[in-house]
Design a protein around this ligand. Sequence first.
Ligand code: PLP
Length: 391
Amino acid sequence: MRATRLSGIRVARRMDEVGFSDIVQIRNKVMAMRNEGKKVYSLHGGEPYFETPDDIKFAAVRALVENQTHYAPSSGLSPLREALVKKLAAKNHIQATTDQVIATVGGSQGLYAAFQVVLDPGDDALVFSPYWTPISDLITGTQARPLLVPTITARRNGIRKTLEQFATPKTRAIYYNTPQNPSGLVFTRAEALEVAAFALERDLIVIADEAYEDLVYDGEHVSIASLPGMAERTITCFTFSKTYGMTGWRAGYAVAHEPFMTAIRKVVLYSTNGVTTFVQHAMLQALATPESQIAAIRDEYRLRRDLLVKGLNEVGLECDPPAGAFYAFPNVEKIHKTSRTAAQILLDKAHIATIPGSVFGAQGEGHLRFGYAIPRQEIEDCVDSLRKFFV
Ligand SMILES: Cc1ncc(COP(=O)(O)O)c(C=O)c1O
């Protein structure tokens, strides 16, 4: 008899379909190359180039010195939730009460909780593709199924019409990410209205991911929860990671109406029992950052975007300037038609680390993701290396 049949040493079946990030494997390869003394241009990452601003760090240190090291309410400190309510009203035009916001451990915990509280086993969730890789795992982790909707086709043929084609009777939710990772695409207000109309017509829940809300270079950021009739059927997830250079702090928040908020509170309570108390003090400080400071950072990213996109187009890797986030997603079939091989070639021959588009769903095949949240000099060096590679 095979040991596996006898053994109780196995994980719950629902974990079988949940994958582990390919991106980690690429990061490991880059580290191995560096250890061999090779120079590698790091365009595979998704982390801001700047350090967390000092006032935010000092707020955390102050909180530690003042012994803010005890349990906080698991949904977040009151002053933090009040500040979040103000921010949501001012910036996102989402009218919420303090009972409708919750601090989360990064945007990731908000998204994890959102999928957990909305999807039942056997449900379907529509996901515009290419999509941020963990999303399909967050969906399959609930024993539901992601239905990938090609974003380019949807934009060309009509968002609502395309969603109708891909939806099933079991469809319960739409994952709506703008600005998008990996493509940098920003949905327009008209497109947001179409998604909203579809959700209203089909009685669907929208899980909105606005991790890059502050990084829109062309057009505007529209929070779908601010559209008529949408607040009660949208769970919106935010993070401090990208705007404030706080990836390692694991700080985020979500906004939702009942019955979802009580359920999200349970997920947060039983997973982490809230966000680290002194980190919440840092979050409060981050929310006081003047908009002018955020705009200055956005300008820095715009410069990087323009440098990289110009360089990519110069060597024939066609790429329209992405309207938001900090990724370029050019077609690289000129290097190789399989994105995994193209990434490998670029890493070996030009020492440029990128992420193969296929990692972000079949619709990403033929593309590579270049993250440009890195020092300007590194982008210039990467472009030089690309030029040499293509001569
Ligand atoms: C689209 C998108 N959503 C959410 C997140 C979550 O970020 P974090 O968990 O660091 O807050 C990321 C991070 O890369 C992202 O790209």
